[in-house]
Ligand binder design. Sequence first.
Ligand code: NAD
Ligand code: FE2
Length: 384
Amino acid sequence: MHFFAFQTTPSIVFSAGASGKIGELASERGCGKVAFVTDSIVLDLGIAAAALDSLKKGGVDVWVCSRVVPDPPAQMVLDAVEEARAERVDGVVAVGGGSTMDTAKLIAVLASSDQKLDDIYGIGKVKGGRLPLILAPTTAGTGSEATPISVITTGADEKKGVVSPQLLPDVAVLDPELTLGLPSEITSATGVDAMVHAIEAYTTKLKKNPISDCLAKQALSYLGSSIRTACSEPGNQKARANMLLGSLLAGMAFANAPTAGVHALALPLGARFHVPHGLSNALLLPHMMEYNLPAVEEQYTELAPIAFDDLDIRDGLSPGRAMIDRFVKLREELGMKTKLSEVGVALEDTEMLAEDAMKQERLLVNNPREIDYESALTVYRRAL
Ligand SMILES: NC(=O)c1ccc[n+]([C@@H]2O[C@H](COP(=O)([O-])OP(=O)(O)OC[C@H]3O[C@@H](n4cnc5c(N)ncnc54)[C@H](O)[C@@H]3O)[C@@H](O)[C@H]2O)c1
Ligand SMILES: [Fe+2]
């Protein structure tokens, strides 16, 4: 018997218009004043309006913290924690993408604790509790609403993770309507990120488990069948709902069967070159899959027809290889950038990137095939 542990967000609400219930949910959890964490784009687009309205109607005071920027820098998080303390909030609500949700998680933990941010990077370092926390994603996505993870950019252009069970929220509120206006470029990048979460969870080396396996397969099915429609018909409610559900399921999966090589090599691209997280993954995915193929051919064979119903399996082509080719084609269909050179990476940068990737020990250990400096360098160079 293969033993495992599995944890997830205890309460999940999934419906069109669900963000209008956030006031009620916060009030039920005894919140009198919440930090409402978002970013200026989401706020200006009015995506957070229903949630803000519902808090007002529920009698919950709000301190709006809209300072979040992509790939949240540590100093931004620390400033937000300081202000949250001064505002005496007793709960945290986030409406936004992964950057917003990751920031909100740390506000909820640090505003009520003596621990320093520097002391909680790594696995299981958070001590004690946190403020009540409600997360509503507006991208589909990181799945952060169902992971015990927060990814922060440190002063040294490095991305570090805080991974502790306290970072799972009390409630995840999934409202596909919040994603209807997501531009195609962000839909494709965040959607591929979610597909990578599912693939890496299914092929992870150390904590592969049957619950994550089911979730990863179902996630890939939702995501693979809807990503093209969500990009070409942004207002398609069914495609948007499938993407949000797929990203949630993938998040639940990789929270317990962690991501690996693609993410380990993608994080330095975000930290050094500010390439959006999903695009970083998409640029590396086929090359890392190619590298991993000898170790996980059987698993790729299982996933290939789930992710794509139009695989081109010509004579002698294995389903795993066909899936890699299909991802290459998918990036083109979605109009995504396909080479690292298109995001400003040059050959002479690859050694620095490979050195940075070697620091992502928490992710590298999960890769089905060992990655050393030389192999990381090779993957970056193939992706140029
Ligand atoms: N916690 C986790 O488990 C986890 C997992 C994967 C990635 N991450 C982290 O999450 C971050 C990436 O999050 P992301 O990909 O969701 O992007 P993001 O939160 O950085 O947002 C990207 C951009 O999309 C905009 N945006 C968000 N929702 C929108 C909407 N509905 N309409 C229009 N614009 C919208 C934002 O304003 C921002 O400019 C990275 O820092 C990454 O490292 C965390
Ligand atoms: Fe990711």
